[in-house]
Design a protein around this ligand. Sequence first.
Ligand code: GLC
Length: 421
Amino acid sequence: MRRLLLVLWVAVLSGCGGSALERGPVTLVFKYARILGPADPVPELLREFEAAHPNVRVRGEALPWTSDEQHQFYVINLEGRSPGFDVMMLDVIWVPEFARAGWLLDLTPGLHPGELAPYFPSTVEAATDHGRVWALPWNMNVGLLYYRADLLGKYGLAPPETFDELARQVVRIRAGERDPALDGYLWQAKQYEGLVVNVLEAFWANGTRLLADDGTLFPEPGRAAEALGFLRGLIASGVSPAWTPAADEELSRRAFGDGRAVFLRNWPYAMDLFQARDSPVRGRVGIAPLPGFAGGPRGAGSTGGAHLGVSRRSRHPELAVDLARFLTSERAQKAIALGAALSPTREVLYHDPGLVRSRPELPALHALMRAGRSRPVTPYYLLLSSTVQPEFSAVLVGLKAPARAIGDARLRLSHFLDALR
Ligand code: GLC
């Protein structure tokens, strides 16, 4: 009997119990930016993934808020040996750069035929480099105009289609309201990626761009300078407040959300927060396409958003891919769109009756997202962006003439790009 017990004991130690100790639970680390909104649905989704994978733990770790700080974090951590994370949230603009740096796992071999068909084509384009797919689209953004529907209604105004109209409406409403604390048009001009987005949108509205298809920088420098000068004029004339060169998405979103402005350029996430139960502007905000310039093309918002990539140094690549797939699935994206302010990358969700009931702006957003434009898709995007940022910024704070800033940016970039050729 004692012998039998001993045999059983040894079997338990060396058998299931022992090997479980050896294998231990696997921990996956998921890096993502905190999700604003009524409740962050991500932790619950991670618990759900764990429940379906009993030997796996997933630790969600926060990234800094701005795209530039996130990029810095990744560059520092991915250059070392072991990055310490498996799945990472990536700004859409970084995929070609990270893929070429060898930091991302190539997802192409494991993709099922048609797996990417439900996503916005622009998100798939942003996830692809050299015909290989390096990330799965997770949430989608497009620049839009928020307006105070109550104030426009009070003065019998329709949402502006041009910037001239917007400026006139600001003057009219502020004169009527006689409220010195009411600002006009808020947008993002702090020196960071958000500034580049806002300037590109002004370039597009003025019929030009930063990088032509043949690689020419500032193909129409006059038009680019004009757009930049126009943005500076918004601040100089007081249509936009003097603090605009310090504004990022959150600073401008909070001011508008406190009822302190008539118009705001921002991403779709802000709508949910404006509609929150305790929001001072609840039920008083409308969305519209960004304005254009009189006689120019219609205004278009920049697309943006986040993809999920898997680190090439992950010790558990298959599980990490499973996690990225799970978080980008229709079910998870629906949970995220319901619980938080992010918008899906899967087009069908914009017409999902359950979702539209709680987020009635989704069908209108779908059209705006389809009409949005991408920033240049190039592995040198960060180089481009960080080189033009101080030049654009110098104009917006009134330190440099627009034409001079465009000339200087062109010169500095051509040095870099020549060196990279
Ligand atoms: C948002 C967008 C991202 C963009 C950033 C700029 O996070 O999703 O694509 O680069 O804003 O601030």
